[in-house]
Design a protein around this ligand. Sequence first.
Ligand code: ATP
Ligand code: MG
Length: 396
Amino acid sequence: MQEIILGKLGEVALKGLNRHTFEEKLMTNLRRRLQYTGEFLITSRQSTIYIEPKNENCDIEAAYAAAKQVFGLAAVSRAMPCEKSKEAILETAKVYLRDEIMGARSFKVESKRSDKNFPMTSIQISQWVGGELNEAFPHLSVDVHKPELTVHVEVRENSAFVHRTAEKGAGGLPIGMGGIAVSLLSGGIDSPVSSWMIAKRGVSLEMVHFFSPPYTSPQARAKVLKLAQELTGWCGRLRVHIVPFTEIQEEIRRAVPEEYFTLIMRRFMMRISEQVARKTGASALVTGESLGQVASQTIEAIACSGDATSWPVLRPLIGMDKTDIVALSRRIGTFDTSILPYEDCCTVFTPRHPRTHPRVEDVRDLEAKMDVDALVKKAMDGIEIVTVRYTSEEQA
Ligand code: ATP
Ligand code: MG
């Protein structure tokens, strides 16, 4: 018999969300994410998703790790099927859960029976299996209120199952439920995290990166693509729109006082991202801005960049501390790449004394000295789109 994977649905219970659409989307995303780990039958029943190997060639470890990255599952666990008899259930629990049993001091058994022809009720199953386990492992005591280990038994039509302890899933909502957004991805720590947070809410992402050769190196560009690749474990295939930004930065340097460089550069980023959003059917922009983190992230500076677009700008990190952002970046697996030392286009033209409390009117006046529309158009015309896939096997 082969292990299976179980997933518990996340926020589907929220009112206003269509449960059926949620489940379908979640299962489609799971099928896509698990396809390189083997052939699985993925079905849903009573708020649980069942992921069952169809043959011997399935890599259950890899599939389990993959399932933990699919948004929409609040918890995941593994389970071992066995023959539908109390003796087989007990024997499976003893062998399959040996490590968990040895590491626990108290336990209880919880049973679920969907096969009503099984000769015991779920309470009887729990009592019998619990009693036998207690005898076989004298170091265990029964605690029905706060046990260290809960042994889950399930009796279904085709077989019985003993479950492992569940682990946290990725949470959130299945990608594709929440529309599309354009996420501004730099090479830093913050923007991969902000992208992840919005993807977690069910939003498909189009990534935009501003690139300034020769001031920024090919390694800086490769680093951003690597970050995008690391996000595909969670998001699936991503398109990165690489925008040539050198000319705009040089023009800013020529036309405006140094203290306004970053502010005006951000406004160009917003305008171009809005154009990318129009082209890709997206309806919002996402940035990794966090209030007060750097000079360009004061309330006034954020107001200045927001003023360049009428589109909603989502800033999921706005109230987060850097330490929490770093912890999240480690958890999602982007931190080590983010700290590679290649310069970003922002660092190249950083003013020595940036304006921290700019006035929107002043910034607009300064910009009037530049041909904003022509610069934006030229940058748009020069965009290169790179598609980043989770594996090289993945189809376009
Ligand atoms: P990050 O760690 O994401 O680089 P940061 O703290 O360095 O953020 P800034 O450099 O001020 O902050 O950038 C603020 C936000 O602007 C970034 O989080 C990102 O969303 C966007 N951004 C900055 N530079 C770029 C770039 N070269 N390409 C795309 N987006 C960018
Ligand atoms: Mg940065």
